[in-house]
Design a binder for this molecule. Structure first.
Ligand SMILES: Nc1nc2c(ncn2[C@@H]2O[C@H](COP(=O)(O)OP(=O)(O)OP(=O)(O)O)[C@@H](O)[C@H]2O)c(=O)[nH]1
Ligand SMILES: [Mg+2]
Length: 295
C-alpha cells in the first residue's frame, strides 16, 4: 500500500505579493479573495488539496505589516501562529521588490522547517530585463535566507507550479490526513459570503472605506431552488455609510449586483441577497467587537 503524506504548508509574506492568488491557484477553488489593494486578507484561511496518497493543508495569511490598531495586531497573531505550526513555509516575495519584513524577520530566520522563497509575478518583467532583475532578486533573498530554496513563479500564469507541488510533496512527512478528505477549507459558507462581499467593496470603493468595512451574514437560509442571504455591512462612521449607499442607492445596488454574481458562482446556486448598512464606531479598535466579527 502507498504511504500517506500530510502536512501544513503556510504561505507568508508582505501584503499584495500574491499569497491568496497562489492559494487559489494551487487548490483550484476560489477560497481567498484577491484585490489589487494591500491588506485584503484578514484571516488565516486553509485551502486543502486531497489525493489518495497525500493531503496538503495550505494556509493563506494576512500580509506582514507593522500593526497599528487591534485588528492588525490580531492579523499579525495569525501570521505568528502560522510560522509556529508550519511543516513547510512558502515565503512569498515579488520580483524586483527588495523589501525586508517589518515584523517576524528574526522569527523566520530561526525557523527550522524548510523555507521555499517564491519570487512571484515574473510575468511582469520585460524579456530584456528578465535576467538582471531576477538575478538581483535571487541574490537579495539568498543573502537574507541562505538555507532556503528559491523559486521564481507566476501565480497568475501558474509558472513553475508543477515543480513547486512536486517539491512540496517530496518534503512532506508520512502522516494520516489531518482533516476529513472531502474538506477543501476550514471556513463556513457564511465566511465565504462575507469575504466575497468585502472583495467587491475593496474594488468599488476608494481610500479608507474598504479598510473600515466588516461584513456579518446574519441569515443563510437554503430554499428549494435558491439560498436567501441577509448580510449586515458595518462601517465606522455615518459619512462612510452615505458613501457606501451612494446617491439614489446606486453604489449599494452596484455592490449588490456584483456580489450576487460572485456568490452564485461560488455556491453554484441562485441566491437572493439583502444588505443592511450599519455603523459600528471604531470596531477595528475594539477587541470585543473584533471577537464578535470572528477575529
Ligand atoms: N502580474 C501578476 N500579478 C499577480 C500575480 N499574483 C498576484 N498578482 C496580483 O497581485 C495583486 C495582489 O494579489 P493577492 O493574491 O491579493 O495578494 P496577497 O499577497 O494575498 O495580498 P494581501 O492579502 O493584501 O496580503 C492582485 O492584483 C493580483 O492579481 C502574478 O503572478 N502576476
Ligand atoms: Mg491575500
Amino acid at each position: 500500500m502507498d504511504v500517506h503524506k500530510s502536512g501544513f504548508v503556510n504561505i507568508i509574506g508582505l501584503p499584495n505579493t500574491g499569497k491568496s492568488t497562489l492559494l487559489n491557484s494551487l487548490v483550484g477553488e476560489k477560497i481567498s479573495i484577491i484585490t489589487c489593494k494591500p491588506q485584503t486578507t484578514r484571516h488565516r484561511i486553509l485551502g486543502i488539496i486531497n489525493e489518495h496518497n497525500f493531503q496538503i493543508i495550505f494556509s493563506d495569511t494576512p500580509g506582514i505589516i507593522t500593526p497599528v490598531y487591534p485588528m492588525q495586531k490580531i492579523m499579525m497573531q495569525y501570521v505568528k501562529k502560522s510560522l509556529e505550526d508550519a511543516d513547510i513555509i512558502l515565503l512569498m516575495t515579488e520580483v524586483g521588490k527588495l523589501r525586508n519584513f517589518p515584523m517576524f524577520f528574526n522569527e523566520i530566520k530561526k525557523i527550522n522547517v524548510p523555507i521555499i522563497i517564491l519570487i512571484n509575478k515574473i510575468d511582469k518583467i520585460k524579456m530584456k530585463y528578465y535576467n538582471n532583475i531576477l538575478h538581483d532578486s535571487v541574490n537579495y533573498w539568498k543573502k537574507l535566507f541562505p538555507n532556503s530554496e528559491i523559486l521564481p513563479i507566476s501565480a497568475i500564469k501558474k509558472t513553475n507550479q508543477d515543480f513547486l507541488m512536486k517539491k512540496i510533496i517530496s518534503l512532506l512527512s508520512e502522516h494520516p490526513p489531518y482533516y476529513p478528505k472531502e474538506l477543501f477549507s476550514n471556513k463556513s459558507e457564511r465566511f465565504f459570503v462575507n469575504e466575497i462581499i468585502r472583495e467587491k467593496i475593496f474594488c468599488l470603493y476608494k481610500q479608507e472605506i474598504p479598510y473600515s468595512v466588516e461584513i456579518d451574514t446574519i441569515l443563510f437560509k437554503e430554499k428549494k431552488n435558491s439560498i436567501y442571504i441577509s448580510s449586515y455591512i458595518y462601517v465606522e462612521r455615518d459619512s462612510q455609510k452615505l458613501i457606501l449607499i451612494g446617491k439614489n442607492r446606486n453604489s449599494l445596488k452596484k455592490l449588490k449586483f456584483l456580489s450576487i454574481k460572485s456568490i452564485e458562482l461560488f455556491l453554484k446556486k441562485k441566491i437572493e441577497l439583502e444588505f443592511y448598512v450599519k455603523v459600528s464606531p471604531k470596531w477595528r479598535y475594539n477587541y470585543k467587537k473584533l471577537k464578535f466579527f470572528g477575529y
